[in-house]
Design a protein around this ligand. Sequence first.
Ligand SMILES: N[C@@H](CCC(=O)N[C@@H](CS)C(=O)NCC(=O)O)C(=O)O
Length: 233
Amino acid sequence: MSGEGDIKLLGMVVSPFVVRVRMALHMKGVSYEYIEQDLFNKSEILLRSNPVNKKVPVLIHGGKPISESLVIVQYADEVWSGKGASILPADPHERAVARFWAAYVDDKLFPAYIGIMKAATEEARAEKAKEALVGLASLEEAFTQSSKGKPFFAGDSVGYLDLAVGCNLFWLEAIRKMFGVTFFDVGKTPLLAAWAERFAGTEMAREVVPDADSAVVFAKKLQARFGSNTSAK
Ligand SMILES: N[C@@H](CCC(=O)N[C@@H](CS)C(=O)NCC(=O)O)C(=O)O
């Protein structure tokens, strides 16, 4: 990876949003200083860099902070457009569709699967599992349309929507291990099931994505600290 000036990433190792950004920076071949954050005792640099949401990830490029993982991925793709692989589709309509589904993942899928972990009752857990599975069924349809028969959402290689969905896979596996919910059913979402295996096998995912067990350990810490009412994701 080459040096691109002063680049810092404030992160937390098992945050899917941070993993998303780390994958994008990996695709761009950009090196950076990674600064792990304690979300239970937020640092001065985090509070100063993301005063509105106080969340990770924050990318600080040349002293200027950028927050929100999808915004950071798009920023990286624009700023380092001449480096590494392109992340967003070149075609404006395909770009808009990829952004739509990435927002869907964050607004619908993430809260549903994290809700499985946070649920106070088995009934609430089953409800959240149902929501997550409905969300994945819609994504199966999105995969059919976006991939056009190719291996990834973006076609022949990984792109924006692959990163947006793929950063969640280790958490889905952690939740499967903890609560027995199977998200990728070869019978119900065969394309996504095959895609998930393919994505996990990419050099980038093997390099950047933490293993599911580290998410299990973190989830248990949250549960011990807050019971089911976990607030720091
Ligand atoms: N929409 C944000 C979500 C970021 C987010 O929820 N980060 C969590 C870690 S996974 C966080 O920093 N939580 C701290 C808090 O809620 O106080 C993004 O895409 O960057």
